[in-house]
Design a protein around this ligand. Structure first.
Ligand code: AMP
Ligand code: MG
Length: 442
């Protein structure tokens, strides 16, 4: 294990290395959303998953408890060594793998074909991915490997605006070109959906905010918040810069051309200087991709996958009980305001001003920008949760409804036939009628 940690350290180039440690939730307990403290890049994170805890409190605690956890890691390493190699071991076995993942199988030592709860924790798309897969150990392991490959591909080949390998990078790089940019059918479909949501949300949801999100440097802000703009040297943009960036935004300026009959590919045309930021639907697209993968994988009875603040449920638990999904309390993110009890396939997405933000000189700047002002949205909403069958919709609508507030947000959710729950700044909970069927308040 120590060798593996050293390899992880070499791979990440970090000295001293970042540590990952996971204590797994029992399957019947509520999954809480977002458990992590992220440092700059996806693979350099300190992760602690604690039952019914969450990102903010962990982020704060992690800074103080780092050395304590290091001691625990060494103790765990010693324990693993004394128990053998730790593979297919006892119920509580956990191992930190070379790729930074940690995995466990309840049924590790007792018959590989038996359906059990196989749990995995890993990082991808700048967030922590937690999976519980009810299947035989082989099927679950196969699904886990495929799912991580899918998430990597989604980020590296389609969504990241920082990686030269991605479609979004190419689209942004060709903004202003007369011939536009050839894109995949999938990306064209996503852009069509996003433009539709832009129109139906009166411009509140806008995936062309690239110039603005770069100006605010949002993707550098740690989840769980930074005090006093620490670490990344937060700089408040000047109003002139915000004005200028705003002029380069607006989904109404995207032009999409369908592929020719039987040949060619769809093309997208952006005006010069415009940049896409698909951050508001990225995890939802991942949910949709994982849904397809789960359907195609024979032998998975049920699964629950958490991607940061987005949760996907699939199939059933062997004991027939519902999946429990916790909704974080924005006022005390170490607790939940309640849980959703879900059966079968669902996507749950949450957007909130507490998820990613910077505090500077007593002012909190959060990551959801108002496209009409260029500044973090001023809202009497703290958090919005959407329950939908489709991941992209659920993710996009949670961002849109945060911006629109309960009245307009509720209407929009109804139009899209999804359920919505708002946690307001006075602590009140406002939800759609259908949501009441699933939600239990604490
Ligand atoms: P979410 O956490 O799904 O609500 O998405 C928030 C992310 O979407 C931000 O971190 C930005 O990258 C991006 N974003 C910020 N404001 C908007 C907006 N008004 N419309 C669409 N995307 C946005
Ligand atoms: Mg979203």
């Amino acid at each position: 294990l120590i060798g593996r940690i050293a390899a992880l350290s070499r791979a990440t180039g970090q000295s001293p290395p970042s540590w990952a440690m996971a204590a797994f939730l029992p399957p019947e307990s509520a999954f809480t959303v977002d458990f992590f403290f992220m440092k700059n890049s996806a693979f350099l994170c300190d992760v602690v998953v604690v039952e019914c805890a969450d990102e903010y409190s962990i982020a704060k605690r992690m800074r103080k408890l780092k050395y304590f956890f290091r001691i625990i890691m060494v103790a765990a390493a010693a324990l693993c060594c004394s128990c053998g190699n730790g593979e297919s071991g006892a119920r509580d076995s956990a191992a930190v793998l070379e790729n930074g993942s940690s995995e466990e199988s309840e049924y590790g030592g007792t018959g590989r074909q038996e359906i059990g709860a196989n749990r995995y924790v890993d990082t991808a798309m700048g967030t922590v991915i937690q999976q519980t897969v009810y299947a035989s150990e082989e099927t679950a392991a196969d699904f886990y490997v495929k799912s991580m490959a899918l998430l990597k591909e989604l980020e590296e080949e389609r969504l990241s605006w920082r990686l030269e390998t991605s479609e979004v990078w190419r689209i942004n790089g060709t903004a202003g070109n007369e011939e536009g940019c050839g894109i995949s059918e999938e990306t064209a479909g996503v852009l069509r959906d996003c433009v539709e949501l832009y129109e139906r949300s009166d411009g509140a949801f806008d995936v062309t905010l690239g110039a603005l999100t770069r100006l605010w440097n949002i993707d550098k802000w740690a989840a769980g918040g930074l005090d006093d703009g620490e670490a990344d040297g937060f700089r408040l943009p000047s109003s002139a810069d915000v004005e200028h960036a705003l002029k380069l935004c607006g989904s109404d300026k995207i032009r999409l051309a369908a592929a020719g009959l039987g040949e060619g590919e769809p093309r997208v045309f952006l005006p010069e200087g415009m940049g896409l930021d698909l951050g508001a639907v990225g995890k939802g697209l991942a949910q949709s991709g994982l849904q397809g993968l789960l359907e195609a994988e024979e032998g998975v009875a049920g699964a629950v996958i958490s991607l940061g603040g987005s949760i996907l449920t699939f199939g059933d638990k062997p004991d027939g009980s519902p999946w429990k999904v916790g909704i974080v309390n924005p006022f005390d993110t170490s607790s939940n305001v309640g849980t959703l009890s879900l059966k079968g396939q669902w996507c749950v997405s949450t957007s909130g001003d507490y998820e990613r933000y910077v505090e500077k000189d007593g002012v909190r700047y959060h990551h959801i920008l108002d496209p009409h002002t260029g500044y973090p949205a001023v809202s009497d909403v703290r958090g919005v949760t959407i329950l939908a069958k489709n991941g992209t919709l659920s993710d996009g609508l949670s961002t849109a409804c945060f911006l629109l507030g309960p009245e307009r947000g509720m209407e929009l959710a109804e139009e899209y036939e999804v359920e919505v729950l708002f946690v307001m700044s006075d602590g009140q909970i406002v939800m759609s009628e259908g949501m009441e069927t699933y939600f239990t308040e604490f």
